[in-house]
Design a protein around this ligand. Structure first.
Ligand SMILES: *Cc1c(COP(=O)(O)O)cnc(C)c1O
Length: 375
């Protein structure tokens, strides 16, 4: 069994995919071009924002938003303690300070009370200038943007949605990657919408920011890339990846997103009462980047993982270490306690999950869990 079956996805899309890739090879143009421009238009329309700017990966996308907002030394950017390293890395990379806040146990997403406490503490101390909030749509469910937008407004902060795992999710009628002042996503192969390599995108309704991003991603170009109006870098989505993504986006919209939600429903029906299953709040829709259960302790989680491994059932631990405990952040001060994150790091376990899971596979995973808990 595969944790996320990209080979099976390719088998399903093979005819269209091979044709799309071949078209790029035959045209012989591998950077930019209409395939990238068309994809950006499709992505912006799907998400429901004015601008989509593709780039080389999700980390560059986050970094370029930090650059657009002029985040620098002396600034504080608030980041969840429970997320992938990149969400905080980009803040330190700009010389600013990531201030970690705790998450909610049920959704794995921003705990707005903890965030506000962190903001207040930074203001009270008076050493750093609070500038922005990064919120993450962890495992596919959008964070609580209605509350987050209010907090951002209250303290005059910019809000960035890290939608690397959230693409396709919804809060009410609004799609993931449409929240805050800007949003980013990643097309890393295992993400809800993935390419066959690295890729990423930024979404915003801000015209000026979009202009800046289109310039900075190509050596700070002005009229063209040999007219350079600012210091930038090189972060583009390859034409081949754009062609791959347009085939995948079609499948994602037509059936993959729906199928992954059906798989989640089946898991939850078979597992409820046995183990703590993931919660999707009323009014929210998840793109199920991960299906993450919670055990009672680290010992139980680790022995369950081994038990399933012996039955050829792959699982993953996202994440086993709090951001504030990463060696790379050893000099970063903690402003608030993050007990929920610590508990989650000990107890979370992600089960095999993708749009092509069969009922037999779901059965096999849930039986493995049943045997473990009833042994
Ligand atoms: C994957 C991921 C990223 C980084 O994306 P890359 O394309 O791998 O650079 C950033 N944030 C979160 C939450 C992620 O899951």
């Amino acid at each position: 069994m595969e944790f996320r079956d990209l080979k099976l996805q390719y088998k399903n899309l093979k005819t269209e995919m091979d044709q799309a890739i071949e078209e790029v090879l035959e045209k012989g143009a591998f950077i930019g071009g209409t395939a990238v421009a068309e994809l950006e238009k499709q992505l912006a329309d799907y998400v429901g924002v004015k601008h989509c700017i593709t780039c080389a990966n999700g980390t560059d996308a986050l970094s370029m938003v930090m650059m657009a907002w002029n985040i620098q030394a002396g600034d504080a950017v608030f980041v969840p303690d429970f997320t992938f390293f990149a969400s905080g890395e980009v803040v330190s990379f700009e010389g600013a300070v990531p201030v970690f806040y705790d998450v909610c146990r049920d959704t794995f997403n921003a705990d707005v009370k903890s965030l506000e406490e962190a903001i207040e503490k930074v203001i009270e101390e008076g050493e750093l200038t609070p500038k922005a909030i990064i919120a993450v749509d962890l495992f596919g469910q959008p964070a609580d943007y209605l509350s987050l937008e209010k907090v951002a407004q209250k303290y005059g902060l910019l809000l960035l949605e890290d939608g690397a795992q959230g693409f396709g999710g919804m809060l009410g009628q609004r799609r993931a990657c449409s929240f805050g002042d800007a949003a980013t996503t990643s097309f890393f192969p295992a993400k809800p919408l993935g390419c066959y390599g690295d890729g990423g995108a930024i979404f915003t309704n801000d015209d000026k920011m979009a202009d800046y991003l289109r310039s900075v991603k190509v050596h700070g170009k002005g009229e063209d890339k040999y007219d350079n109006v600012r210091i930038g870098w090189n972060s583009r989505l390859d034409t081949i990846q754009a062609a791959i993504l347009s085939v995948k986006l079609k499948a994602f919209i037509e059936y993959e997103l729906e199928n992954v939600n059906k798989a989640a429903e089946k898991y939850t029906a078979l597992l409820s009462g046995l183990v703590e299953t993931p919660v999707v709040l009323e009014g929210y829709y998840s793109s199920w980047a991960q299906y993450t259960i919670k055990t009672e302790s680290r010992e139980q989680r680790d022995s369950l993982q081994n038990w399933l491994k012996d039955r050829d059932i792959p699982t993953m631990v996202y994440y086993s270490k709090e951001m504030h405990k990463q060696l790379a952040f050893k000099d970063v001060k903690s402003y608030v306690e993050c007990p929920v994150t610590s508990q989650l790091c000990d107890t979370v376990l992600a089960l095999p999950m993708h749009p092509y899971m069969t009922d037999q596979e779901i059965q096999k995973v849930t039986e493995g869990l049943r045997d473990f808990f009833n042994k």
